[in-house]
Design a protein around this ligand. Structure first.
Ligand SMILES: [Zn+2]
Length: 98
């Protein structure tokens, strides 16, 4: 997909923002990991159900946010499980210039 220079620069800037937001998605994921890693200790105080529900909720937040956020700025196609995509597999838009 070809755009003018201004449009291309704006889309690349939007993708930098998308990457930043995607890094923020590691926060609820880390929370779920910490919750599960300490499940035995927390379960002694609260029981196992709230631990499991909390972890499922945090994982759900991570997956839903990531699904909505991790998209090509040009065509909105999902960027799949690639942390550093160079271009969009759907439209070919170059996401990062080297
Ligand atoms: Zn695209």
């Amino acid at each position: 997909m070809k755009f003018g220079d201004n449009r291309t620069a704006a889309l690349k800037a939007r993708f930098r923002q998308t990457r930043l937001y995607q890094a923020a998605a590691l926060v609820p994921l880390g929370g779920a990991v910490l919750l599960l890693a300490n499940a035995r200790r927390y379960a002694a105080d609260f029981g196992l159900l709230p631990i499991i529900l909390g972890a499922v909720f945090l994982l759900g937040v991570t997956v839903v946010f990531s699904w909505m956020n991790w998209r090509c700025p040009a065509c909105r196609a999902h960027l799949a499980l690639r942390w550093t995509p160079g271009h969009c597999l759907q439209c070919g838009f170059v996401l990062r210039s080297r």
